[in-house]
Design a protein around this ligand. Structure first.
Ligand code: FAD
Ligand code: FES
Length: 274
């Protein structure tokens, strides 16, 4: 997949802003038709121009792009309230607007010679993977209906399960408190699965410790793996080095999550520095 052009819309109208559960919300934002070409794993960045804080834009993965009956393109994001920007967003109403820039970054790489893939998500890390799951059905049918492993701290951190099952995927769930699915971390059933199956590609998104554990399993089993990193960002444009990660440490390379990511080959990242 190649980098797409992105657009800045200082007046992107909110079409819906729905509370899903606990700290999680879904927001639909009217978007430029360019978003219809967005790749799973790409993201957008938002800023409320009516507020001084936070000063910097905040990145969110593209969760879905839909075209409604009025031929309006709507991009959906799934967000968790963790701080100033997301708290403010949770109080916004349909009809209000945000400044939105996107689609940004590079998405997951998928090739037609892949026969079987699987996905691993932690918490709100499911957001880009649902987009990938539905995109695979349209574009790489042979990879659809695979296995998706979803982990959360509690049942309130587990999202999109019904949606993924309806798309034909097999979902395995774990929660650390045992309130839904198998008790424990998602890496346990995932590792067991890999004893019986050898997918051509693992796609993962979630908190860094989970991604690191998934990457170590993939490296041990020598199964290609791509991870979408949700690191803290500043400018979101490749200009400030705020999101630099060490990549191919033997070459002392640093890449920007906002520009060269957020999706990376898990085998090339320097996990000791993350
Ligand atoms: C490429 C990318 C895609 C993302 N996609 C999503 C998404 O789809 N849904 C979603 O809910 N979030 C996503 N995030 C994370 C999201 O950008 C942050 O949660 C958001 O910027 C927090 O802004 P805030 O002002 O509400 O919180 P702040 O006030 O900035 O921070 C509140 C607290 O959260 C911590 N924090 C902030 N950002 C992160 C982070 N990225 N990782 C870990 N801790 C953090 C801060 O250190 C602080 O303790 C993504 C991040 C990246 C880089
Ligand atoms: S956030 Fe500034 S370079 Fe990536």
């Amino acid at each position: 997949m190649h980098q797409q052009h992105s657009v800045l819309d200082d007046n992107a109208v909110i079409i819906w802003n729905k509370h899903i559960q606990s700290q999680y919300y879904s927001m639909g934002i009217r978007s430029n038709p360019l978003y219809l070409n967005a790749q799973p794993g790409q993201f957008l960045s938002v800023k409320d121009m009516n507020r001084d804080k936070p000063f910097l834009r905040r990145p969110f993965s593209i969760h879905q792009v839909i075209e409604n009956t009025n031929a309006e393109v709507i991009t959906e994001i799934l967000y968790r309230v963790v701080g100033t920007c997301t708290e403010n967003m949770s109080h916004m109403q349909a009809g209000q607007s945000l400044s939105v820039m996107g689609p940004l970054g590079n998405g997951f790489q998928v090739s037609s010679d892949m026969k079987q893939s699987c996905m691993v998500a932690g918490g709100v890390g499911i957001a880009p993977l649902v987009f990938l799951a539905s995109w695979l059905i349209q574009n790489h049918r042979q990879l659809a209906s695979g296995n998706i492993f979803i982990g959360g701290r509690s049942h309130t951190d587990v999202l999109c399960v019904t949606e993924l099952k309806e798309l034909g995927y097999s979902v395995v769930l774990t929660t650390e408190d045992g309130s839904m699915g198998i008790q424990g971390r998602i890496t346990s059933p995932f590792e067991l699965f890999l004893e019986q199956h050898t997918p051509d590609m693992i796609f993962a998104c979630g908190p860094i410790p989970m991604l690191k554990a998934v990457a170590m399993i993939a490296i041990k089993k020598n199964i290609p793996c791509q991870v979408s990193l949700e690191t803290v960002m500043a400018c979101g444009l490749g200009a400030c080095l705020g999101c630099a990660v060490s990549y191919q440490p033997e070459n002392q390379t640093y890449l920007h999550v906002c520009r060269e990511g957020a999706v990376f080959n898990a085998f090339e990242l320097n996990w000791d520095t993350l």
